[in-house]
Design a protein around this ligand. Sequence first.
Ligand code: ATP
Ligand code: MG
Ligand code: MG
Ligand code: MG
Length: 561
Amino acid sequence: MKQSTLLLPTLREVPAEAEIISHKLMVRAGLLRQLVSGVYTYLPLGYRVLRNVQRIVREEMDRAGAQEISMPAIQPAELWKETGRWEAYGPELMRLKDRHDRDFVLGPTHEEVVTSLVRDNLNSYKKLPINLYQIQTKYRDEVRPRFGVIRSREFVMKDAYSFDTSREGLDASYDSMYGAYSRIFTRAGLNFRPVEADAGAIGGKGTHEFMALSEIGEDTIAYCTSCDYAANLEKAEVVYKQEDRVASAGELEKVPTPDVKTIEQLMNHFNFEARSFIKALVFKADDRFVIGLVRGDHELNDVKLKNIVDANVLEMASEAELAQLGLPLGFIGPFNLPDEIEVYADSLVQDMIDVIAGANEVDMHYRNVVPGRDFNVKAYADLRNVVEGDECPRCGGHIAFARGIEVGHVFKLGTRYSEKMGAKFLDVNGKEQLMVMGCYGIGVSRTAAACVEQNNDENGIIWPWEMAPFHVHVVPVNVKNEEQKQLAEDIYSKLCEAGYDVLLDDRAERAGVKFKDADLIGLPIRITVGAKAGEGIVECKLRRSGEGQDIHMDELLAHVA
Ligand code: ATP
Ligand code: MG
Ligand code: MG
Ligand code: MG
């Protein structure tokens, strides 16, 4: 590619809206331009990087036996009503109507679509397991889009869905995705760590997040310096499991889980029965309180977190309304909250008034739970109060903290969606059974940004080889010099022929400008064609180490390789 004709608008100035280094660099190096808050255009360089992530993802997903499909971004509301997420998903869901006044959503994720696809087209154990994936544009109306494409409203995700005949099958599918993710993020040049996402359930293997380590990460990770234990602290949750129960739980009153989905129903419910309500999350956003509700779902403990994430935000209420509701400020969890929402819960956990806990029975709950008396809250307390240097819950080693950017997430869904949507298969005995599902996401655009966040210096980006928009930057110092111009073009063609992606800076700019741009763009190898061009000698410089070496044109190919 010749730079003179390339749409590559580099900037010396830092864009005002950019808070973090990757966002600044991606705009300055001419990769991205914002159209409107949280919505970006990828310019040629940026798009090449995005395609690199996609290539790596495709290769590893295919290697793991997944099959690529492409599902629509536009999805009918009916599907979302089947799973209850039309109501539960909240304002992050982009909703729209067609000319016939029918409701649609712009897909933030594709469980509904893929489950309906498999339900309608696959019904025998002989066709299972299957893993379907796509690389697609997703839409989430994030409360606060920020950090460029790290948290945008339109973004590219790779999402995969596995369908198995059994829990054991799901475990194998999950492990295979876990392996693929580790290879993907390694190839993408990231310093990352897989962490347990529902940290409250120590030892729980139902969901992991892949975290790119970075100071600007929105999640705090507690990890062990001796073993591979790592957990997302912000996800630390009181997971009351049956095995955590102590004797006095027998005295608790079991109550049916009320079917409330709106604040109105909630209020009605409270007028009758002030305390018999399921888990409430109450947290503060500016001067409003957000009341969330966790609907009972006991098929699997490890899907609880997902329920919470998906189903929490009901509506905003003022403090007075809250008091009027007589809401128990008891069960409050620092769940996966929108980032600017301060976790009001933290300070309240100490003086819990009332806690409602699941009764490990569909649609039943205990009320007036006292943590410690009725349930063993050690695991929770350990995690909530954990400080650096604490003992690792697994091996007794030392706990350290780090910040992370969630670039990937793997999740055992179990039968949650197949049950709601009737995705069944006939087993060996001709008996109908529910499919056992897993889902696996990668933020493709976020991975590109996380890579920049981790790979840069004061002069610009430092691309890892597989992520680089071009491998080699050929820079003739002065294109008006015929010798330099010719040699640069020869090198350019030679490298292109050898299969490298090469950018030739054929612009009639001053050398200083070209070098500044080259450092900013950050291609792994720069070949400078200057004064020694007559002897066929050029300088070959590595962006990462800054090491340069004079090389004869004839040895160049061997050197680049
Ligand atoms: P977050 O906690 O950052 O909001 P999430 O848990 O809501 O992410 P998932 O539903 O797990 O996201 O989606 C799978 C992946 O998609 C995430 O691991 C992340 O890499 C990416 N992703 C999610 N939301 C965004 C966004 N707004 N912009 C860019 N990438 C995103
Ligand atoms: Mg998350
Ligand atoms: Mg999110
Ligand atoms: Mg996630």
